[in-house]
Ligand binder design. Sequence first.
Ligand code: F6R
Length: 610
Amino acid sequence: MCGIVGYTGKKQAAPILLEGLTKLEYRGYDSAGVAVSDAYGRIEIAKAQGKLDVLKEKIDGGKTMHGACGIGHTRWATHGVPNETNAHPHCNDDSTIVAVHNGIIENYAELKAKLIRRGYQFYSQTDTEVATKLVDYYYKKHGEPLKAIAEFSLRVRGSYALAVLFSDYPEEIYAIRKDSPMVIAATGKECFLASDVPALLKYTKNVYYIENDQIAHLKNGQTSFYNIDGDPVEIPLTHITWDAQAAEKDGYEHYMLKEIHEQPRVIKDTLGYFIQNGKIDFSELNLTDAYLKSVNKIIIAGCGSAYHVGVAMQYVIEDLARIPVRVELASEFRYRSFISDGKELVIIISQSGETADSIAALREAKSRGLKTLAIVNVVGSTIAREADFVFYTKAGPEISVATTKAYSAQLVAGYLIALKFAEAHSLLSDGQYRELLSELCLLPEKIKTILEKDTAIQQFAFHCMDKKNAFFIGRGLDYAVSMEGSLKLKEISYIHSEAYAAGELKHGAISLIEDGTLVFGILTQDELAEKTVSNLEETKSRKAQLAVVAFEGTEVPKSCECVFYVPRTDARFAASLSVIPLQLYAYYLSVSKGNNVDKPRNLAKSVTVE
Ligand code: F6R
């Protein structure tokens, strides 16, 4: 949700900033801007509405801007429509203080009114212009960037990753964050700052994650960190294992297709890391058997696809480990006064580890004294840092806004956690345990066979280009996958789609079925398949067009126009296979409609606002 970058070093800053923003464009793409400062502190700003390419063209790839220090921004609008005036960077009246910001200043209206009373004028509708002018106000009061930023942080409510240039301090960047991500790196010659690691990977894999309300000062290839009292603080260096290549398209037309095809590798890596000598090894997580035994209830919270993983995990954990599980939308969790006996484990699922609602759910759980386990992909992210236990998925950087490989890695994390609980509660014989682990290890090869059937899925997707409505239905775990298939379709193809528990359709939504409505049935749970088939037939009688994803050998309705068979596996792991054709279907439909697959409209990869 907005990406910010910063650079100070010996090279021209603008091309480096644009390159960094390209890697962050998944975070927001309705406008972009950069500010570059020269050695005398003269700051030049360029902004453009629309995708980053518009800005790139406007400043000729950065060649028209001169200076070795700068900041940049790619925007996902919160306050004010996407236009050039609202685009960042924002500045004070004489452009001597210039800032970019990711987050939301909640009390911006009140602060703006105060600043207006003190003679400030505003030109944009943004909270960031207010933030910038507030820093200006305190800078004029204290005459020191550090004090100005510290006082700014005391006055604002909300979230921010803020990077500021002061023309009195040429070639230096000051930055602060609260509840919005920021990574910082220094190589001795250059310093970098970004909302996310992919923007830095080309230059370094050693980064600093600053904590809330810590201030960073980037100068002469070195960084210093301070708390808001101005005392120096030490921040440990974190080594990133992702390589720069992992954040490239690698010859695929879109990141999404590349990431779909990476799933066998991602699952293999995640399993390979956590299964050692035929046993699940959670020593890295510090989850002891004694603790696992003491957990009497599990609450899972996440947003969007991460929530869908939670729904699937609920079935698997309850079935294998016999522990009651409740799944919550992270955005709702903190608004319920849930009843707790203090022994629940709260599992937060998040690819980015920066989703504002999921962070809030985690903090709510912690404030109630509950232990928290995070399933996270991004090392060092807020959720990873704040949770008691962390399961890092091994998906590597996910760039496409619509998640695929991170979803799959989270599912596998869920299976391993379920099995670990089952083991700790002595619910599985050695034979069953071994069998389930070897079944898991076969998933990557099975996914490869599904990916090979790509052409049939592509053809069917092209036939569906004009669809206006779709339903995804299933029972049990097939319902969990329906939710994900439906979300994938709607977010990138813009076709209205709903997921329904198959048996629920007849209680209302069936009235929406008409001639040609697409109904996708998921049939991997043998004992439920017959019933879902009946529900599909009910829609066929109302002239729906049927398609099905089914385990090989399943009886499917004769009237299905398209059947995608997936190899059999243990029914509890079926989601890992049945989701693949649905991802490919959504992808090809989006391509056939000429949509921007990797950056669908109105969305952003990391939702750091509530
Ligand atoms: C859908 C999608 C979103 C995310 C959701 C949570 O394709 O990507 O629904 O799953 O925004 O994001 P994370 O996992 O980063 O917390």
